[in-house]
Design a protein around this ligand. Structure first.
Ligand SMILES: [Zn+2]
Length: 450
């Protein structure tokens, strides 16, 4: 399909602040083929199947949300006022145990609809509720059918966890093999699979070593929660006599394909280990604030040249997939924690939410609007009272734009949101079905949502 987006302000995101106004973006066969000023020869020769008049809107590369748990779309607002462990054991785990395979599909579909409508075109799903093997398959099916790009990190634990979710080492490895075989590079290469050992204390060193070998031999990413709270850091030291990053280094888990989610309670010497390994940090500022977990030393990571990707975390600790809100929170949290308004800029977090995520995924064909890149493109309506007058487009993207300002979304060259409506499902039917199912799971689980 050939698509021409015209009459647009094109925010190229090339690190040089390039803005083409008015400009156009031509797409063909899943790739951007040209990005130029309006009226150039290439735009006239495009002969598109679909012309989208951006009406002065801004075209940006799609955002990358580098960590979520889709099943938590059914759990928004629960566990209010609880810290991480009480929230997990009192609300998340009992609820998740009562979910059926079909519930996981609907929860994931709702999460994909929310993410796409908010301008996220690529998402890292950490699926760790494995009460039935089909749960992960159903989540992947929802991701694939929605049209989003993403990676499913299959979470697991073989120790220190709710007994309902504990698996043996061999069970974990067999499931990873099965998912890899069935789903890796599926849906035209849009969906990938990765191992997701839950956190240092929830897996044995043997399982970590097997995970590292498996990831290396199959060229996969590894996605893991790291030092989310002070209690997690202390628990890891008690268990292994080492902090989180040192332990992961010790079992061979770090490397350019490792995603260290949260990394809040990490010391200065650990920065060096992260840097030398080439691992990426995944920063979840809203979740860290919501659960009272702490402030990740993101400015230090950036100063040490560590790649940082940005994420919402699961929608029960956020409580949305709104990456525009996450970008703004990421700036404000660093500034207030360091009492320094100049320590981080809008450009830094927009980079984290696009190229930082792309780098973590090892996909160097997303995050910039230029010829040859994959056509993951978002059109925003900025002609709004909460945005205008706009003097600095990057600042407006981070501080003013909301997910509800997203008008059109294209992933892999296919329109998935047009004029604010998803193209692949009846959204109101989906919401009704999810509301009914979540209520039913709540009743079966006996969880008090307040
Ligand atoms: Zn998480």
């Amino acid at each position: 399909m050939k698509i021409l987006i015209k009459n647009a302000v094109v925010y190229v995101n090339d690190g040089r602040g390039t803005i083409i106004d008015p400009g156009y973006v031509a797409i063909e066969g899943g790739y951007v083929v040209s990005v130029d000023p309006e009226g150039s020869l290439a735009s006239e020769r495009a002969e598109p199947d679909l012309v989208i008049d951006a009406c002065g809107g801004v075209v940006i590369p799609g955002l990358v949300n580098a960590h979520t748990h889709f099943f938590q779309t059914f759990l928004r607002g629960t566990g209010e006022g609880k810290e991480l462990y009480d929230w997990l054991s009192g609300a998340v785990w009992p609820f998740a145990k009562a979910m059926t395979e079909e519930d996981f599909y609907y929860a994931a579909m709702l999460g994909c609809v929310e993410a796409l409508k908010g301008g996220t075109t690529c998402i890292f799903e950490n699926h760790y509720i494995n009460t039935s093997p089909g749960n992960a398959d159903r989540v992947i099916e929802a991701m694939g059918e929605s049209g989003i790009r993403g990676i499913l990190a299959r979470g697991y634990a073989d120790r220190n966890y709710d007994p309902a979710f504990i698996e043996t080492e061999d069970e974990v490895m067999a499931e990873l093999e099965r998912l890899l075989e069935k789903w890796h590079e599926s849906f035209g290469g849009r969906i990938r699979v990765a191992p997701g050992p839950l956190s240092p204390v929830r897996c044995t060193p043997r399982l970590f070593k097997r995970t590292a070998e498996f990831a290396r031999s199959n060229d996969l990413h590894i996605h893991i929660h790291v030092a989310e709270t002070k209690r997690v850091r202390e628990g890891t030291v008690e268990t292994y006599g080492m902090t989180n990053v040192r332990f992961l280094d010790n079992v061979g888990l770090l490397g350019p394909k490792a995603h260290l989610v949260h990394s809040v309670w990490v010391d200065r010497d650990e920065y060096r280990i992260v840097k030398e390994s080439g691992s990426s940090v995944v920063h979840c500022p809203v979740s860290n604030m919501y659960l009272g977990s702490g402030v990740a030393p993101v400015v230090d990571y950036l100063t040490n040249d560590i790649n940082v990707a940005l994420a919402s975390d699961g929608p029960a600790s956020n409580d949305t997939h709104d990456m525009f809100e996450v970008m703004k929170a990421a700036v404000c949290l660093q500034r207030v924690a360091r009492l320094d308004a100049g320590c981080i800029r809008a450009e830094d977090v927009f980079h984290m939410a696009t190229l930082g995520g792309a780098h973590a995924l090892g996909d160097h064909q997303i995050g910039i609007l230029s010829p040859g890149m994959k056509a993951d493109v978002v059109i925003l309506d900025i002609d709004k009272a909460h945005i205008q007058p706009c003097h600095n487009l990057t600042a407006s993207l981070v501080y003013n734009v909301r997910s509800t300002d997203v008008r059109t979304v294209i992933v892999d060259g296919r329109p998935v949101v047009m004029d604010g409506r998803v193209t692949f499902i009846d959204e109101q039917d989906l919401i009704g079905e999810c509301r009914r199912r979540a209520k039913e799971v709540m009743r079966r689980a006996g969880v008090n949502p307040r």
